[in-house]
Design a protein. Structure first.
Lengths: 292, 281
């Protein structure tokens, strides 16, 4: 009986621990190790110390330096363009849906949530056609002369539109639940004091949903740093690599048809990972301090 | 006072209707265009309804089994997402049981250590993960997409939280009656945690179905890839919008399964998102 007690937990948590070690722990450690090596994914990595990082961060003549900073800037642009929209738009929708006299809320919610279930590659095929110069909706309606995917700032606009379109559903539902949880008494007493809808929103609704706001802000930002599919499918990173994001360079360097440059790609991945960690930590710190 | 409420009500409706229309029209546009002929699209441009409804695009899509075998891709996606989801349910329920209802030394320390490590940005383990899949011989096989995701901690965290709400007295009285841990797990706990397992299953299925970066990396064989990776090839195969109807039809076929799932299980999706964010919905 006692023996059985001692070994039983191994059968319950052991299988997952093996999966965790093989598919998360080892690859994470190896990813950091590989960033200090010269590696082509086939033969053994050769230790080169900080060389990859020096090349990427300081060697202005190197293509890797140019790629890294171009990719990082484009990734940051994507984050700055999309994250505020993916917070503000679903928040406005949630406020409208939680208006006490608005009906058909589940119909609206379904219509707005469904695009999030569409795989990004299918969505990109449809949106690319919408933005297509000769055949699409946009040029038909607005008479625009540009090839959107190949002209700035339209190339960014196509990426932002598809991202926001596909990305607001989850946040919308989180905000709805948050607003729904706010005590009705608060609003009523505010009304008695003569507060208008705008005032109520800023002094009651926003402070009451600070936890969902922090959560969605951190998660949406971290997710946005991993952007890959939208620029790949909408603009192929163009024009002139103007929308090529860091994940696209990392994938190309490690997995493109020529010789793999996985060491440099790993160093870029570690740097991107650090940026994500630092920004998440700052966001969490600043927001929870201001909220307290 | 009354006027104010009216105004904000109408503004809310106006906003919701405009946004919903913007959100839905692209999907309708894709569906409608998939039933139009190429000449009609080119000559007539954008229309809300086709001049002539045709199904030739879909016939052509289904007949192309060499360069764009979409039925094969859909089958691959169904197989991958279904098996992945079933295994997720097994792994997270057993592991969640271990971390919440069994007593062993260092249990919570172990759990939170693994949870902490799992917060580390995924991008760092991407390249070595490919190498591991390669060593296992899983490149271009379904296992490349089925197994690695089982290692995640998020769903186990949810199951563990949920199980903590179930009174321990249930286990103890069963144990007095001579029940083993496996009996308690399968006969008592498993039926009780059904809601959270359904939620995790739905998200695992749609997550696996819509995954893009990983399948683009691990599949090079056209016959083995899931439909999301396949669609990436279509832009080239159907020639930069020389076969628009087929392009749209393929996109529509690829999104039907997850949409069906959503319409049958909508309430679970909504509760799932709130569960994921740690808010009681």
């Amino acid at each position: 009986m006692n023996n059985k007690r001692n070994f039983a937990p191994i059968f319950f948590v052991g299988p997952h621990i093996i999966l965790f070690i093989v598919f998360i722990l080892i690859p994470s450690i190896y990813g950091i190790y590989a960033s200090f090596t010269n590696w082509n994914l086939i033969s053994d990595p050769v230790w080169v110390g900080l060389d990859n990082y020096k090349t990427i961060l300081t060697d202005a003549d190197s293509t890797f330096y140019a790629q890294f900073f171009n990719g990082l800037v484009n990734t940051l642009l994507f984050v700055v363009f999309t994250v505020p929209l993916m917070i503000i738009i679903p928040l406005m929708i949630a406020v409208a849906l939680e208006h006490k006299e608005v009906k058909f809320t589940s119909l609206f919610q379904t219509l707005l949530y469904v695009p999030g279930l569409i795989s990004i590659s299918a969505a990109a095929l449809i949106w690319s056609l919408i933005f297509n110069k000769q055949l699409g909706v946009v040029n038909n309606l607005f008479g625009s002369e540009h090839v959107w995917a190949a002209t700035q700032p339209y190339a960014w606009l196509t990426i932002i539109v598809i991202t926001v379109w596909a990305g607001i559903g989850g946040n919308m539902i989180i905000y709805r639940a948050g607003i729904n949880g706010v005590s009705k008494d608060l609003y009523e007493s505010a009304e008695i004091d003569g507060a208008g809808p705008v005032r109520k929103f800023f002094s009651i609704t926003l402070p009451s949903i600070k936890f969902p706001l922090i959560y969605t802000m951190v998660m949406t930002t971290a997710g946005a740093f991993n952007v890959f599919a939208q620029p790949l499918m909408m603009t192929s990173g163009g024009p002139k690599q103007g929308t090529t994001v860091l994940m696209m360079y990392i994938r190309d360097l490690a997995f493109s048809h020529g010789e793999s440059i996985a060491g440099i790609a790993s160093a870029m991945a570690v740097l991107l990972g650090l940026v994500i960690l630092v920004i998440s930590a700052i966001q969490y710190y600043v927001m929870s301090r201001n909220a307290a | 006072m009354l006027k104010k409420i009216k105004l904000s009500k109408y503004l809310s409706y106006l906003f919701l209707i405009v946004v919903s229309a913007i959100w839905v029209i692209p999907v309708l546009f894709g569906i409608v265009t998939s039933f139009r002929s190429q000449t009609e699209v080119v000559n007539e441009g954008f229309r809300l309804l086709p001049v002539n409804w045709i199904v030739e695009n879909y016939v052509a899509i289904l007949e192309n089994t060499s360069s764009a075998p979409i039925l094969q891709w859909l089958w691959n996606s169904v197989f991958i997402a279904t098996l992945h989801t079933l295994l997720v349910v097994v792994v997270i329920s057993i592991t969640g049981y271990g971390y919440s209802r069994m007593k062993f030394k260092g249990r919570d320390f172990l759990f939170f250590t693994l949870l902490g490590i799992s917060f580390f940005p995924n991008v760092v383990n991407l390249i070595p993960s490919y190498k591991i899949i390669d060593i296992l011989g899983w490149v271009n096989t379904p296992w490349a997409m089925i197994v690695p995701g089982l290692a995640g901690m998020g769903n186990i965290f949810l199951v563990r939280q949920f199980m903590k709400g179930i009174p321990m007295e249930l286990d103890e009285s069963a144990r007095v009656d001579g029940a083993s841990d496996f009996t308690i797990y399968s006969k008592i706990i498993l039926p009780l945690i059904r809601p959270v397992l359904i939620v995790c299953a739905l998200f695992s299925f749609t997550g696996s179905w819509n995954d893009f970066l990983w399948p683009v990396i691990v599949y090079t064989d056209v016959d083995k890839m899931p439909v999301t990776a396949g669609l990436l090839l279509l832009q080239d195969i159907y020639g930069n919008y020389r076969m628009i109807g087929q392009l749209m039809g393929s996109a529509i076929l690829a999104i039907i399964p997850t949409l069906l799932l959503f319409f049958f299980a909508q309430k679970y999706f909504v509760s799932a998102i709130n569960l994921n964010s740690g808010i009681k919905g």
